[in-house]
Structure formats: structure tokens, C-alpha cells
Design a protein around this ligand. Structure first.
Ligand SMILES: NC(=O)c1ccc[n+]([C@@H]2O[C@H](COP(=O)([O-])OP(=O)(O)OC[C@H]3O[C@@H](n4cnc5c(N)ncnc54)[C@H](O)[C@@H]3O)[C@@H](O)[C@H]2O)c1
Ligand SMILES: [Zn+2]
Length: 376
């Protein structure tokens, strides 16, 4: 039971509240109304999510007594730009949004990051609430207050820290999520399990088949809840990424390089999955991680339908060049998150990139990419 006497499946946080459950929108609406964070709200979503869920969500929020208008932005990572942020801000201004207004982001990580960014700078900052609709956003991007937009040469390079007032993750949204987006989110869940929770790792192993099918929301609920708790806990200890928060980058050093080398045609979760396989191999090679542990996690990734080898059309040299490039941007140091055993990660800033080159997983044999076959 929360302080308004409304029972929700799970209340995670203390600072900004994270609610996870099924069919929690009615109750979310009441909590937002009672929260009193703003007098007027603007529901920001991308065109796709607006068409699928916008009307229903807007109606539910209005029924709870909120003054609410909808603002739509284009869908996709390409839209996560300063130009879109300015367009949303101009629309807010045209409609008379002021310091007593608040934004509600309804959508995936793109919508959440961009809306949070606009909220953080509009009239020097107005409140933001997150209603994440992708698995990735529910377990990762909506939690922790990182906001931002991309520049053509770099992702998330312009951004702020702006904590949401609350996060409401309703698993029912996932019913319309394409299978590939679902698998994408599972990669971040495996990451949370690997860096912080051997129990969650076991649960993922038990339920891998069901999770891959993606249609059993009851099986997913405790997993999304736990992954959200882990992200929340880590960012609460280290809000501005000065230390501990770095462990959330497990699999991301190589993963980001793969993502960039693929010109962002490979989804983030798939790139991170390959990156995690690389981080595990490196941990094994350097004698930190028993082989059996590494193999076990790689097997789980595969069972969930995630790739662990480079796509056939990406070679190691391109990825190494990208990592060299990223290294320059971070002051000449590449921080690697390695593993001693499940739940025990550590950060190593002293690994020469040649060592990484040696363990990069081999490309798959020349087979068509997954999106073309729709299968493996
Ligand atoms: N702020 C953070 O801490 C953080 C962490 C991780 C990732 N991110 C960011 O998150 C973004 C990726 O997020 P994403 O994977 O959610 O991408 P996304 O927001 O682009 O969503 C993916 C696609 O799914 C659609 N969609 C969303 N919800 C849907 C639903 N319920 N049914 C059907 N379709 C739906 C969207 O319209 C979009 O086409 C990246 O920009 C990344 O940088 C941020
Ligand atoms: Zn990630």
C-alpha cells in the first residue's frame, strides 16, 4: 500500500518513485493528480506510440482530473535531436506552458530522454513524469534521470541530469511491442543480473524460453521489477556517474563501438549483448572469471535470442578503430567493466586495447541478418 492507500504491485524507490505493474494506469493517474507537481500537463509521445496508446492514456489521465494536452514528436533514434527538442519546446510555448506546467513522457527511451531533456531546460526546469512503454525504457532509460539528445557525430552528447517525479511502468504496453524490441530490453536485464543479482540470473535462466516468446507478462513482472530496482539502487548511490554507476556500462564499452560501427543499424541491446560476451571473454582471459561462469551467461544470452558474435558484415578492425576514437573522447582511458563472478563486477581503466582486439568475438558466418530472415 502506498501513502494514498492505493495498492500497486511494486513500489521501488524512496526518492523518485518507480511503480511497476500491470494495468496500473488508473492508479498512476490518481497518484499524478494527488502529487500536485504541476497545474497543467503535456503528454509527449512519438507518433507510433501516440497512435497505439495516446488516446487511451490521455483519457485515463484526464479522468483523474488532470488538465492535459498531447504533443507528438517523430518516432525513432533519428528524431532524438536538438531540432526535435526545440520543436517540442516551441509547441509548449505556443500552447502557453509555463513554470506551473509539467511534462509526461509516454514512450520508449527516445521519447523519455528527449522529454526529460526539454523538461530540464524549459523555463529553467519543469517537472517530468515517465510512463515508459518499451522493455528497455521500463528497466533502464526511464530510471535515473539521465536525459539528452544526439548530435550527428555522437549519441547523447547534449544532456542533463533531471530526475523524474515518478516513473510508472505498466507492462501492458509491451503487448504491442515488436519482438525484436522486446529482446533488446532483455539484454539490459541480463546486464543487471550479471552485475548485481545472481538470483535474477537464475530466474532468467529458468524462464528464458517464456521470456523469448514475450507473451507472458506475469513471468516478466518480477523480472522487470527486480531489474528496475537494481538500476534505481545504483543510480541512487551514484547519481552523476562518478564511480559505482559505471558498472551499468558492463558490455557497453565494446557494445557502443559495435553499435556505432554498424552505423546504428544494430539495435542497442543486441550490440550490448555482443559487448557482454566480449567483456566476459576478457574477464576470463585475464584470469578473473572462471570459464564456466562466462559460458553460462553467454548461453543465457543465446537462449534469449540475443547475438553473442559480431554480425558477418562487421569486422574487428572497424570496431577497434571506433574504440580508439572513443578512447580519445574519454581522456585516453577506456574503462572496462569486468566480472569476477556473477554479482561481482569491477572497473579496470588500464587494459590496452590490443588485448581487447584479441578477444573480440568472431563474426558469424555469412548468413543473412536477423531482420531479413525474421528468425535466427
Ligand atoms: N537515459 C538513460 O539512462 C538511457 C539508458 C539506456 C538507453 N537510453 C536511450 O534509450 C533510447 C532507446 O530506447 P528504446 O529502445 O525504448 O527506443 P525507442 O524509444 O526508439 O523505441 C523503439 C521503437 O518502439 C516503438 N514503441 C515504443 N513503445 C511501443 C509499444 N508499447 N508498442 C509498440 N511500439 C512501441 C517506438 O515508437 C520506436 O519505434 C536510446 O536513445 C538510448 O540512448 C537512455
Ligand atoms: Zn544500454
Amino acid at each position: 500500500m502506498n501513502r494514498f492507500g492505493i495498492s500497486l504491485e511494486k513500489k521501488i524507490s524512496r526518492s523518485h518513485e518507480v511503480f511497476v505493474g500491470r494495468n496500473i494506469l488508473d492508479r498512476a493517474a490518481l497518484l499524478i493528480a494527488k502529487g500536485g507537481w504541476a497545474r497543467r500537463y503535456f503528454l509527449v509521445s512519438d507518433a507510433r506510440v501516440a497512435a497505439l496508446h495516446g488516446e487511451r492514456v490521455a483519457e485515463t489521465l484526464r479522468k483523474a482530473g488532470l488538465s492535459l494536452e498531447s504533443v507528438t514528436m517523430p518516432a525513432g533514434e533519428e528524431a532524438k535531436t536538438m531540432a526535435t527538442a526545440v520543436a517540442v519546446a516551441e509547441e509548449l510555448l505556443r500552447r502557453g506552458a509555463d513554470r506551473a506546467s509539467g511534462l509526461i513522457a509516454l514512450g520508449g527511451g527516445v521519447t523519455g530522454d528527449l522529454t526529460g531533456f526539454v523538461a530540464s531546460i524549459y523555463m529553467r526546469g519543469i517537472p517530468c513524469i515517465q510512463i515508459p512503454t518499451t522493455l528497455l525504457a521500463q528497466v533502464d532509460s526511464s530510471i535515473g534521470g539521465k536525459t539528452g539528445v544526439n548530435l550527428p557525430a555522437a549519441k547523447n552528447i547534449l544532456g542533463t541530469f533531471h530526475q523524474p517525479k515518478a516513473v510508472f511502468a505498466d507492462l501492458e504496453f509491451l503487448r504491442t511491442l515488436p519482438a525484436r524490441e522486446m529482446v533488446n530490453g532483455l539484454a539490459e536485464i541480463v546486464k543487471c543480473a550479471v552485475i548485481d543479482d545472481p538470483g535474477l540470473l537464475e530466474l532468467l535462466e529458468e524462464r528464458a524460453e517464456v521470456l523469448r516468446r514475450g507473451d507472458d507478462l506475469d513471468a516478466l513482472l518480477p523480472i522487470v521489477t527486480r531489474a528496475g530496482e537494481i538500476k534505481k539502487k545504483i543510480v541512487e548511490i551514484d547519481e552523476k556517474e562518478q564511480g559505482l554507476r559505471r558498472i551499468l556500462n558492463f558490455g557497453h564499452t565494446v557494445g557502443h563501438a559495435i553499435e556505432a560501427a554498424s552505423a546504428y543499424t544494430l539495435p542497442h541491446g543486441e550490440a550490448v549483448s555482443i559487448g557482454m560476451a566480449a567483456a566476459l571473454a576478457l574477464s576470463q582471459r585475464l584470469g578473473h572469471l572462471p570459464e564456466a561462469d562466462g559460458e553460462r551467461i553467454v548461453a543465457l544470452l543465446q537462449k534469449l535470442g540475443l547475438p553473442v558474435r559480431l554480425p558477418a558484415d562487421l569486422d574487428r578492425e572497424v570496431i577497434m578503430a571506433r574504440m580508439e576514437h572513443d578512447k580519445k573522447k574519454t581522456g585516453g582511458v577506456t574503462h572496462f567493466v569486468l566480472l569476477k563472478r556473477p554479482g561481482v563486477p569491477f572497473v579496470n581503466g588500464g587494459i590496452p586495447l590490443e588485448k581487447v582486439g584479441e578477444i573480440l568475438p568472431r563474426p558469424e558466418r555469412k548468413t543473412p541478418r536477423r531482420e531479413k530472415t525474421g528468425g535466427e
